[in-house]
Design a protein around this ligand. Structure first.
Ligand code: PHE
Length: 476
């Protein structure tokens, strides 16, 4: 059976943007921002998106398009080594873990969307969230519905499912968010919202840099969908004529644009209509805050604006969540299809069954959910991207430059060598440092000595990588 490819040029970009734009931009971002010092976090995060995220995205593209395989198969095919196949397998596991908590939140979103026309949560936003979020049949049930919707799209295939769905969803998301942001601008306390969101707090940043760093890096990778092999998988359905640097930049710009836009909806609303909730953190922040804001919206000329705006908002978020969850499910599905010759429908069904179980654990055990969603996923994405970049720099080497340049403009081609240097040496050191800081932090040992140990270990490991991982075509 021949492998599918994207049907149109924009198909791939929209699918990748669809993957990037998701709950990361709308739900996780305000939560992480509030937990890590507000705008200080935003700056570090944007810097990492640009300097690490985009080159990392291109690294995944290069691997995917060259190998035309899922992440595990790709690393095996390009290196001929079983060890690298296991590394790729790690990202397949990451994808499954991601989807297990993501679908819980997807279920909440779906539920809020369906509850919006009646304003069911308006009475007591906090109470409503507490009553549905975890540990109930509802939290499992809506998670399942969300998974089934995801499964239907993936089941329909790359062209007829993912490409068609994202082509409809992405323009809708952008148009609706623009309308909402325009509307939010006119709300009474919009300025205070912008201020909180966009005003820089350098002092906080300096004092807490080592706490902020791993979270900001994790969030940057999360929002771009890098580190889990999503972009390897999507690029594996790509023809040779696309310019990878162009597509990568377009995806990052669009994702950041939508992310910032979502902030321009969320923060003015919070400050205007739910000021008490504006600083709340934790996974419920968006739900309690934003739902409370909708509840406080006045009726204008007999029209209940709260209900209207709420339905629109949660409708957008549902689309954004689905266009990301399909990219998570596609990783293990393509793994089963490529590596074991399983038919797509059985691969999808089997994976849905597995993720239903892991999702249920997340829905019933809040500490598990919080650990996965708040810490583990950041670390796994950071580790995954670290491995991919070392692979690109030290195993692919010159071949990576070839692949990078294929279909690119002269300008794009000129970036290939500096990119490879960044991807092979600088960024792995940065990611390693971030990863170790994050692990120390998670173990409750973020202190001065640990920080130094982290530096020394990072450099030592970097040197080992430098010496040991050089492949036959390596240029470094
Ligand atoms: N980028 C997605 C979001 O922002 C999440 C995601 C992470 C998707 C990793 C795929 C892989 O919601």
């Amino acid at each position: 059976m021949t492998r599918e490819t994207w049907a149109t040029r924009v198909g791939f970009i929209l699918a990748a943007v669809g993957s990037a734009v998701g709950l990361g931009n709308i739900w996780r971002f305000p939560w992480m921002t509030a937990e890590n010092g507000g705008s200080a976090f935003l700056i570090v995060y944007l810097g990492i998106v640009l300097l690490v995220g985009v080159p990392g995205l291109l690294g995944e593209f290069v691997i995917g398009r060259r190998a035309k395989r899922n992440p595990a198969g790709a690393l095996k095919k390009l290196s001929g080594s079983r060890a690298w196949e296991l590394v790729g397998g790690f990202s397949v596991v990451t994808a499954v873990i991601l989807l297990s908590f993501y679908s819980v939140v997807g279920g909440w979103i779906l539920r809020y969307f369906l509850a919006s026309p009646t304003g069911a949560y308006f009475e007591s936003p906090g109470g409503y969230y507490d009553s549905i979020a975890f540990g109930t049949t509802g939290s499992v049930g809506f998670g399942l519905v969300f998974l089934v919707l995801t499964g239907i799209i993936v089941f329909a295939g790359v062209r007829r499912g993912i490409e068609v769905a994202t082509k409809v969803m992405m323009p809708a998301i952008v148009a609706l968010l623009l309308a909402l942001a325009g509307w939010a601008f006119f709300q009474p306390n919009a300025m205070a919202g912008y201020d909180f969101y966009l005003g820089a707090d350098w002092g906080y940043l300096q004092a807490n840099f080592f706490d902020i760093l791993p979270a900001a890096a994790g969030q940057a990778l999360f929002t771009l969908s890098v580190g889990a092999g999503t972009m390897i998988t999507y690029a594996s359905y790509l023809g040779e004529d696309r310019s990878l640097p162009f597509d990568g930049s377009a995806i990052a710009v669009l994702n950041t644009f939508v992310g910032v836009l979502a902030g321009l909806v969320v923060f003015p609303l919070l400050f205007s209509f739910a000021p008490d909730a504006a600083g709340t953190s934790g996974p419920g922040a968006l739900f309690v805050g934003i739902a409370g804001a909708f509840a406080n919206l006045p009726s204008v000329g007999g029209i209940p604006t709260g209900i209207l705006i709420a339905t629109l908002f949660f409708g957008v978020v549902t689309l954004a969540a689905l266009s990301s969850s399909i990219s998570m499910l596609e990783i293990p599905v393509s793994f089963l299809v490529d590596e074991f010759g399983v038919e797509r429908k059985y691969a999808t069904g089997g994976m849905l069954a597995l993720v239903s179980l892991t999702m249920t654990v997340n829905a019933l055990r809040p500490p598990v959910f919080e650990f996965i969603a708040g810490t583990l996923v950041d670390l796994m994405l950071t580790a995954g991207l670290l491995a991919f970049l070392l692979f690109v720099g030290w195993v692919l080497g010159r071949d990576a430059i070839d692949e990078f340049a294929k279909g690119a403009s002269d300008f794009g081609r000129a970036l290939a060598s500096p990119w490879l240097l960044a991807v092979g040496v600088l960024l792995p050191l940065f990611l390693l440092f971030t990863l170790l800081t994050g692990i120390f932090g998670a173990l409750g040992m973020a202190g001065a000595i640990e920080t130094w140990m982290t530096v020394v270990l990072s450099v030592a490991l970097g040197l080992v990588a430098f010496a040991g991982l050089r492949g036959p075509t390596s240029v470094l």
